[in-house]
Design a protein around this ligand. Structure first.
Ligand code: ZN
Length: 488
């Protein structure tokens, strides 16, 4: 596979100025998309005219990973059948994504984000009309199975993929998502954890890093790092309250912030895309969590992420017996993905807990998918219809710039610097309400430029382009903040 230049250049790296954050960016082993690799492009962004070559023929079922998995000792036949019938397809998630790419080659692209401890890949599917031409649009993210023992969360993302692709030509709302957004889908963040779950239903929450002090005699559920406690924002900030340093416990935060390859893969994708909105799916209770979920992090005021979450909660009824509420958290946590996305890029990053651990109740599986399905549509519509603002930052010579972009009326309080992205200088923000706002763009080393925007019903998504003076670079280097030429 060819190396993918993955936007890890010097620009666009929003930082929340947390002292404990690592100074170095993640360095995941990103690889080219299957399509781009087949098309012979080194960048992973095939040019518009280059028709991607089709994937090789699908692997027969007998050669897919599920073919090697058998009923673990101690699991009775009926229970195994329920789990197998409901979730064994997830063992073959890479093949499933490839199959979908074959069916919808003009609407999908597969990107390998990284490799796990056990050598599985963490894959993303980009859904957009002609993905190679979609770079430059606002990006949204859905992800599942940070916890491998919550397989329904992966199916929630696969369900979104299936719905988006099969209805793209018939449903005008979905057609709009594909033509105006980049939809990034990561159904299985923790494939090692899920493979572990299929060996031992009591295990698989964490990844497969060998962390047990006593390997002999240790159980599988003691192994691994809790990926949703490993992100480098306020990692371990609540000490033993929000996660633990004990490697054998279920919420072990890992040896250092962002230490795990799966987390690095998601961090790199976030740094590249600057997601406007995101949903991370989990399973266990009925709840919608809005950032910041970590205690002692001061919230933006007003907190538009919370406002958007409340709007979603009104539209989704995941469980007929329990109302859906928006929460800050359910118990103390730190090092979570949604707070990392929020703190570094300003993403309206939500965590959705679905109702059922339905591998024991397969009849609830499809019901859960159906009940949860409206959530992502509300997230996308709320951005596309507004109130929201987006634009591009350029210098006087028209070069895209990574600059601090803030909505003055939305006061941030945790040292956030949310930047326009490279290579295109794009920024996109949900606004808390319709009305008049000041967008302040501050290039590195330069004076701020203010632009007033007005978002009104019916014309809620406001687009502006902002030209900023760029500060000279040192010597022959380009001006500070200007996206490096050729960056992807
Ligand atoms: Zn979870």
């Amino acid at each position: 596979m060819l190396a993918l230049a993955f936007g890890l250049g010097a620009c666009g790296r929003g930082q929340a100025n947390e002292k404990q954050e690592p100074a170095t960016p993640p360095a995941p082993a990103t690889t080219a998309t299957a399509a781009a690799a087949a098309a012979g492009t080194a960048s992973g962004t095939a040019t518009a005219s280059a028709a991607p070559a089709p994937l090789p023929p699908p692997r027969p079922a007998s050669e897919r990973p599920s073919a090697t998995v058998t009923r673990p000792p101690g699991v009775n036949k009926e229970q195994w059948k329920r789990v197998w019938d409901t979730y064994s397809h997830l063992l073959d998630v890479d093949d499933l994504l490839d199959d979908l790419h074959r069916r919808f080659p003009d609407k999908t692209e597969i990107v390998t984000l990284g490799m796990t401890v056990e050598g599985r890949s963490v894959k993303a599917m980009l859904i957009a009309d002609h993905p190679a031409e979609a770079r430059g649009r606002p990006s949204m993210l859905l992800n599942g199975a940070h916890h491998g023992d919550e397989p329904l969360s992966a199916d929630l993302v696969l369900d979104a993929i299936e719905t988006l692709l099969t209805k793209a030509d018939s449903d005008p709302r979905i057609r709009r998502y594909l033509s105006e957004l980049q939809l990034w889908m990561v159904p299985m963040v923790n494939p090692d954890g899920f493979a572990t779950f299929m060996k031992d239903f009591g295990a698989g929450r964490k990844n497969a890093r060998e962390t047990r002090k006593l390997v002999v005699g240790g159980t599988l559920n003691q192994r691994g790092v809790d990926l949703n406690r490993n992100y480098p924002f306020r990692w371990g900030s609540l000490r033993e309250e929000g996660s633990t340093r004990n490697p054998e416990r279920r919420n072990y935060r890992g040896p250092s912030p962002g230490s795990e390859p799966e987390v690095q893969a998601m961090m790199a994708l976030s740094e590249q895309q600057h997601f406007v909105g995101a949903i991370s799916y989990h399973i266990g209770t009925v709840a919608l969590l809005a950032p910041y979920t970590i205690d002692n992090v001061p919230q933006p005021s007003p907190n538009e992420a919370w406002i958007v979450a409340v709007e979603i909660a009104r539209s989704v009824k995941p469980d007929s017996t329990r109302p859906l509420y928006v929460h800050k958290n359910l118990y103390p946590v730190d090092g979570t993905d949604q707070d990392y996305f929020r703190a570094t890029q300003g993403t309206v990053a939500l965590l959705f807990e679905s109702a059922h651990r339905s591998w024991e109740t397969p009849f609830l599986h499809d019901k859960s998918l159906e009940a949860m399905r409206p959530a992502w549509g509300v997230l996308f519509d709320r951005y596309l219809d507004g109130p929201s603002v987006e634009g591009r930052v350029k210098d006087a010579e028209g070069r895209p710039v990574a600059a601090d972009v803030r909505v003055v009326e939305v006061q941030t309080n945790a040292g956030e610097s949310w930047k326009s992205r490279c290579p295109d200088g794009f920024f996109g923000r949900y606004l808390p309400a319709f009305g008049r706002f000041t967008v302040r763009v501050t290039p590195e080393g330069g004076a701020p430029v203010d632009r007033t925007v007005e978002s009104v019903a019916g014309k809620g998504r406001v687009a502006i382009d902002v030209t900023v003076p760029s500060a000279p670079g040192e010597g022959s280097s380009p001006p500070r903040g200007v996206c490096p030429a050729g960056s992807k």
